[in-house]
Structures are given as structure tokens and as C-alpha cells.
Design a protein around this ligand. Structure first.
Ligand SMILES: [Zn+2]
Length: 124
């Protein structure tokens, strides 16, 4: 599982769509790419996600052989519907970033003397 999976799942799907719109992606590559961006996502989470995105019509897949290992693997690319969804997500993302980011960048604006943290009960 991934931390904050319920919140960040949409980001991961958009990230997948972004790369699948640029070219072929497959599960293991996507796991490494997401890890590079700070998402620790297991095959047990990613593969069902890819499968669900295909079922919903955002991705299409084909079997391809891995030349070095001689294994068959599933290659995904974005469909037209996936590209439309990505375009919409980009607009929403731009708007969300505009609203959310400034508050993250300047925490001092909200006062930095934060007391009463929730960690108290965790000290053992
Ligand atoms: Zn990426």
C-alpha cells in the first residue's frame, strides 16, 4: 500500500495517464518512475489500478515480450478518452496548485508558533 492512498490515488492515476499519453508504459517501469517522484507503490496496488483504468477506457493494453527475459508483459498506452481526462485533470491541477501552493510556501503567514501537536500520545 501507499501512504495516504485514498488522497493521492488520483495523482498517481494522472501521473500514469501522463506517461501513457507520451508512449508505452508497463507496470515495473511505472513503479520505478513513481518511486522517483516519492510514491512508494507496490505491484499489488499498481497493477489493479492499471487494470481498472483499462476497464474504464482510459488505457489500452497489449502483450509484449521482454527481450532480455523472454517474459510476456503488459504494455499500456492512453486512449483518446484517457487523453481527454488528462487534459481536464491538467486544468484542474493548475487551478488547485494556484490555490494550495502559496499557503504551503509561506507557512509563516499563518503563524509559526504551533503548539499542541498530536504526537504527544505517541511518546513511549
Ligand atoms: Zn513521471
Amino acid at each position: 500500500m501507499m501512504d495516504f492512498h485514498d488522497l493521492l490515488g488520483g495523482f498517481v492515476r494522472i501521473h500514469i495517464l501522463h506517461h501513457a499519453a507520451e508512449g508505452d508504459v508497463y507496470g515495473q517501469w511505472m513503479i520505478e518512475e513513481l518511486a522517483r517522484h516519492g510514491y512508494r507503490i507496490s505491484p499489488g496496488t499498481l497493477y489493479p489500478m492499471l487494470q481498472a483504468m483499462e476497464t474504464r477506457g482510459y488505457l489500452t493494453s497489449r502483450q509484449d515480450s521482454d527481450g532480455r527475459l523472454g517474459r510476456r508483459r503488459k504494455i499500456y498506452t492512453a486512449t483518446d478518452l484517457g487523453r481527454k481526462g488528462l487534459a481536464t485533470a491538467r486544468e484542474r491541477l493548475r487551478e488547485l496548485t494556484g490555490e494550495v501552493s502559496p499557503k504551503i510556501k509561506t507557512p509563516s503567514e499563518t503563524g509559526d508558533d504551533v503548539h499542541g501537536t498530536e504526537d504527544d500520545h505517541r511518546s513511549a
